[in-house]
Design a protein around this ligand. Structure first.
Ligand code: ZN
Length: 633
């Protein structure tokens, strides 16, 4: 026997894999199956996508199981709030550990076929976001589909569709919203979706006009002040990611973009991710004023929790910039807007881009169910929206600091001369760059990429350093000395200088953590170059703390000792340093007051603390992580 739910998963993923059909959590699917209750009764169950999962990678756990008869019965009610609908759908579940069912579950229940697919396909929303949308649908599909005018998703839409005859048609087009198809098998429903969307796409393509340009493309760049202003509008630090490809800049530069983009989103639920309209150019204050007025206008007397008024999509001469609390949120807004630009361009060629009204968008943005989600939101990660740069991040202390800051919600630029840096972490919030910190141009390039990819810089961890083999001063080679100074001192001065304009506009104040060394307060024989370089670096950090305090930038120093899980400590260096103190390697490892081994993670934990609230009022401090050293104490 065919496993109907496995089939449901299979074609759901096929739909999810095509971004022209479904984007980030959009769309939903279902199947109706037989279910035996605990009393041995056979009932029909609706297995429908839960909210919060993504069709692209959904599995069986992403579906809710409901009593089909109970769901259908809801459609007989004259009225039902969406909050109560969500409650009733929960109560109708026959598997209590399932996810909350899709808000379109009732609609799925009403469609008289086992398998039902729903997408917000670009081609269909293009066709229907036009003044002649209904006529275009009739022209493309004839009598093959039922057509439903725009109705707010949820109970009202389900109620409306309950009155639409669906027998004898292959699908249902929801104007300004999307399309449903269905079938006896998962494959049949999926193929109908492809076929019907394909017909719309062919119509759109046939009416596409060449857009040549009297367009002058500017080469611009957004400075860190832009993210600072956007974060101030949001009230929290935000990631701002910019893509400056030619087609994006051409769209921005086209004479109509400034006007047409302001009409609304391609499908209503995009409003949650992109806000109702993008900001054109950089006047954030004007956007905030407009958003607040929009809220006042449509909230009326209702007690709604206003969302922050910062834009999520910005079109400037630099290209498309998208904002979010995390790199992932910014990417989702970007993916949605890339599709929206295509939809707008094509809809303009079909007679004009005309999405749902502002009032209807507001109802979706401030939907009861969305407001309820806000109240359930977990607290944000400590460094959400902030951006860190860590040098020497491919291994040891640098890697541990990068991992810890990533885990606490920061976006991370890791630089290292080791090429493994690029793949050190698999995370949208990670940008690993192979970079020699002594090459000033390469360092500037890394900061430019930080600006482009994330919008600015909040946290700087100066960790990259070298520890040459031990040499007494009498035998110390001048070139080796210079090399140590170049990496451990000069490179950090250059990076501090280049990072200052970014750090001083960091929304929560810039923070610099310098990885010093126990050798600063307690130098060892045979380590002149290393000890002198770290002492000079510490002095540099202290002066930076003095000079930059007025800019709200805190600069603190960690003095680790004997952190042996790093590249600096090769077996050779370890044996040599142990011998220097007349100890075995094992005794040397734990030769501190507490008798403990110190690991990279221990240093990373202090680095995170120094960037956080515990050190909010501390700058210029030097804190050891060394298990207690009697020469330091
Ligand atoms: Zn939908």
């Amino acid at each position: 026997m065919v496993d109907l739910v496995a089939e449901r998963v299979r074609t759901s993923r096929l739909l999810g894999a095509d971004s022209d059909l479904v984007l980030h959590g959009g769309g939903n699917t279902s199947v109706k199956v037989r279910h035996t209750t605990v009393y041995g009764e056979e009932i029909e169950a609706l297995v429908v996508k839960g909210s919060g999962s993504d069709l692209a990678d959904i599995d069986q756990s992403g579906f809710a199981w409901l009593d089909l008869a109970a769901v259908r019965r809801l459609a007989q009610l004259d009225a039902l709030s969406d909050v109560e609908m969500a409650n009733q759908l929960r109560l109708a579940e026959v598997r209590a550990n399932g996810p909350a069912p899709s808000v379109e579950a009732i609609l799925h229940a009403l469609i008289p076929a086992p398998f039902v697919d729903h997408t917000h396909a670009d081609a269909v929303v293009t066709l229907t976001n036009t003044p002649a949308g209904a006529a275009l649908v009739a022209e493309v599909y004839g009598a093959r589909v039922a057509v439903v005018p725009y109705v707010m998703p949820g109970f009202l839409l389900a109620k409306h569709c309950a009155g639409v005859p669906l027998v004898g048609v292959d699908g249902m087009v929801l104007l300004n919203h999307g399309i449903f198809t269905w079938g006896e098998t998962a494959q049949e429903s999926y193929e109908r979706m492809l076929e019907l969307v394909g017909l719309a796409a062919a119509h759109v393509a046939a009416h596409r006009r060449p857009h040549e340009g009297a367009v002058t493309l500017q080469h611009a760049r957004l400075g860190p002040e832009f993210r600072a202003a956007l974060s101030a509008a949001a009230g929290v630090p935000m990631i701002v990611s910019t893509s400056g490809e030619m087609d994006v800049r051409a769209f921005r530069a086209s004479h109509d973009a400034a006007r047409v983009t302001q009409r609304g989103t391609a499908t209503p639920d995009h409003v949650i991710r992109t806000k109702p309209w993008p900001l054109i150019d950089c006047d954030i204050d004007a956007y905030v004023a407009r958003y607040r007025a929009y809220f006042e206008r449509h909230a009326g007397g209702r007690r709604l929790q206003a969302l922050d008024p910062a834009p999520r999509v910005v079109l400037t001469d630099a290209g498309l910039s998208c904002a979010g609390r995390t790199a992932k949120d910014a990417r989702i807004a970007e993916d949605i807007y890339r599709h929206t630009m295509r939809v707008i361009t094509d809809a303009e060629d079909l007679g004009g881009y005309q999405p749902v009204s502002e009032a209807e968008l507001f109802e979706v943005e401030y939907w009861d169910l969305e407001q309820a989600k806000l109240r359930r939101q977990p607290p944000p990660a400590p460094f959400a929206g902030e951006i860190a740069l860590v040098t020497g991040a491919a291994s040891g202390i640098g890697r541990a600091c990068a991992a810890a800051l990533l885990a606490e919600g920061a976006a991370l630029i890791g630089v290292d001369c080791n090429p493994e840096i690029t793949a050190a972490f698999d995370d949208l919030a990670w940008l690993g760059l192979e970079c020699d910190v002594t090459d000033l141009n390469a360092v500037r390039g890394a900061l430019d990429l930080a600006l482009e990819r994330f919008g600015g810089l909040d946290l700087l961890v100066l960790n990259a350093g070298v520890f040459p083999g031990g040499a007494r001063i009498a035998e110390l080679d001048q070139d080796a000395w210079r090399r140590v100074m170049a990496v451990n001192l000069d490179a950090n001065l250059a990076l501090l200088r280049a990072a200052h304009p970014l750090l001083k506009v960091a929304p929560n104040g810039g923070r610099v953590v310098v990885i010093g060394s126990k050798n600063v307060p307690a130098p060892g024989p045979g380590a002149a170059a290393y000890s002198a370089s770290k002492a000079a670096l510490t002095q540099l950090a202290r002066v930076a703390a003095l000079e930059w305090g007025g800019d709200g930038i805190r600069v603190n120093v960690i003095h680790p000792n004997a952190v042996f899980d790093t590249r600096v400590w090769s077996d050779e260096v370890l044996a040599e340093r142990a011998a220097q103190y007349g100890l075995t390697v094992d005794a040397y490892r734990a030769s501190n007051v507490l008798g403990v081994e110190v690991a990279s993670e221990d240093v990373a934990r202090l680095c995170v603390a120094m960037c956080g609230p515990a050190f909010a009022k501390t700058t210029g401090a030097q804190v050891p992580v060394d298990g207690g050293n009697d020469r330091v104490i």
